[in-house]
Design a protein around this ligand. Structure first.
Ligand SMILES: Cc1cc2nc3c(=O)[nH]c(=O)nc-3n(C[C@H](O)[C@H](O)[C@H](O)COP(=O)(O)O)c2cc1C
Length: 149
């Protein structure tokens, strides 16, 4: 799958303990009518626990200048540390990363078995974003769009 170029997102949710988020590229649109998204989350992901509790999740599609942020959210650092210096807002009850090229707020419709992952299916409640060039993950590296060749 290193040969499949993907965008890079932060999947996020919030609760009494504050926001949680993880870098995720197993994210895609699922249905147009109704508008649904899916995100595959490792069973060991703390963000998955927060998504389950919140019944909502956000997807922030990172921009080409946000690779550092992708690295930070791909760690097991305390969630409060992950978010400490990251500008974010809450919409529809989900935390979203400021400066993302696109963001999508979803209501969790269900969690489905996906081996060592769970497949979160969400109905889109709201979406937006700042536009611009996305960050791309390809060949195990973060790259700007114009470096894909
Ligand atoms: C480029 C990239 C893509 C990733 N995609 C996913 C993904 O789709 N689903 C997932 O569960 N973890 C994915 N991960 C791993 C998580 O970001 C990582 O396990 C993180 O520490 C989980 O944090 P959490 O336990 O706080 O939720 C990815 C990591 C990288 C670097």
């Amino acid at each position: 799958m290193a040969r499949l170029p993907t965008g890079v997102t932060i999947v996020s949710a919030t609760g009494a303990e504050g926001p949680a988020g993880a870098t995720a590229n197993a994210v895609t649109s699922l249905s147009l009518e109704p508008p649904l998204m899916l995100a595959c989350l490792d069973r060991g992901s703390r963000t998955l626990t927060r998504v389950r509790e919140a019944g909502r999740f956000g997807i922030s599609v990172l921009g080409a200048d946000q690779a550092e942020l992708a690295r930070g959210f791909a760690t097991k650092a305390p969630q409060s540390e992950k978010f400490r210096d990251v500008s974010h807002v809450e919409r529809e009850g989900v935390p979203l990363i400021n400066g993302a090229v696109a963001w999508i707020a979803c209501r969790l419709l269900g969690l489905h078995d996906g081996g060592d992952h769970e497949i979160a299916v969400g109905e889109i409640l709201d979406l937006g974003g700042d536009g611009g060039d996305p960050l791309v993950f390809f060949g195990g590296e973060y790259r700007p769009l114009d470096a894909i060749r």
